[in-house]
Design a protein around this ligand. Structure first.
Ligand SMILES: [Zn+2]
Length: 340
């Protein structure tokens, strides 16, 4: 986190009234900048030939600091003209009050609110509507208008860090594509970011990345970059490849990518989505076991009142276990290895 109190993110967090909504200005290098609202800023190159529209979101969970630090550094480098974008790019710092309090969320998990619901009963619900409006404005104003998912030049990387240790430190959730083909170019890009574990979601969800994939034909991913640490305690060296590739993505027409057969990808299908339905929900493994720990067929994973959840296959692995979620929300995913 920059200690400068005058960065776009610092002003958004502490002096949101100084961010003029929808105000644009031009940098000396011709880039058009628009401050859309607190925590949302776009950059567009002078050339109308820009081919990609890229959304980079961070801080959708307020305590996931490393992606916020990475994106803040990119925003400031663009504003100070240390780097120059070749594409339309939107940065979103998702949950500003939660970032300020160092918590995952204030009242409700923002990353469960990107569905059709229009309720605005708390600040996260209000923010989800605002972010959906801004993303809509951004994608609808691009010149690419993909007619199909496969030829889309729209990209959305929603950057997170996980609550627990993971055997596979960096991994992505590939939102359910409703039968569209997985994009090989995107897998090569992720591998170049040192993200080689791919989770294929098999159903619609209310996450931000599913929302942009489904509604705007964007190549969207929830990207987990490691374990949550407080601001300033992140080992930025472990993010060097992600930082390098995001910089290339923005500043080059095309980033330099490894061939697919050289990418050491590890692909998993989601096997079970286990929601919490009663206050008695319990996980039946140690609190601190890492994500992607495998279980043998028949192992008891969780109980929810009278209901038992067991591994259905050998080597079925657990991801995102969290017994403390609200009733009705996902408390555990299980995954099994597959080919893409
Ligand atoms: Zn997160």
């Amino acid at each position: 986190m920059s200690t400068d109190s005058n960065t776009f993110l610092a002003r958004s967090r502490f002096f949101p009234e100084t961010i003029q909504p929808k105000q644009s200005f031009q940098l000396r290098n011709g880039t058009t900048v628009e401050t859309c609202c607190p925590g949302v800023i776009t950059f567009a190159p002078a050339s109308i030939q820009s081919t990609k529209s890229i959304v980079l979101s961070s801080g959708v969970h307020g305590n996931e600091t490393a992606p916020i630090e990475i994106c803040e550094a990119l925003v400031e480098a663009l504003l100070q003209e240390k780097i120059k974008t070749q594409h339309r790019v939107m940065f979103i710092f998702g949950n500003l009050p939660a970032i300020n309090s160092g918590e995952r969320f204030v009242e409700e998990n923002l990353n469960r609110l990107f569905n059709a619901s229009l309720s605005i009963d708390n600040q996260e619900q209000v923010r989800a509507q605002e972010l959906k409006r801004e993303v809509h404005r951004f994608f609808e104003n691009d010149s690419t208008h993909p007619s199909s998912h496969s030829d889309s030049k729209r990209i959305h990387y929603d950057l997170h860090t996980a609550i627990r240790e993971s055997k596979n430190q960096k991994f992505v959730v590939y939102p359910y594509l409703h039968g569209h083909e997985y994009n090989k170019q995107q897998l090569r890009f992720l591998s170049a970011c040192a993200v080689n574990t791919i989770l294929l979601s098999q159903s619609p969800t209310s996450t931000f990345s599913y929302y942009t994939s489904r509604n705007y034909n964007a190549h969207s991913f929830t990207i987990e970059l490691g374990k949550v640490k407080p601001f300033g305690q992140n080992d930025m060296a472990s993010f060097s490849k992600v930082i390098e590739m995001l910089t290339q993505l923005i500043t080059q027409q095309e980033p330099i990518l490894p061939p697919l057969d050289e990418c050491p990808l590890d692909v998993f299908d989601v096997k079970q989505v286990i929601d919490k339905h009663t206050a008695d929900f319990k996980l039946h493994f140690a609190d601190n076991i890492p994500n992607f720990t495998g279980f043998q067929k028949g192992s008891l994973l969780a109980t929810d009142g009278d209901k038992e959840y067991r591994a259905l296959e050998d080597d079925e692995a657990i991801v995102f276990p969290n017994a403390n979620v609200a009733l009705g929300q996902r408390a555990l995913l299980t995954v099994v290895r597959c080919e893409i």
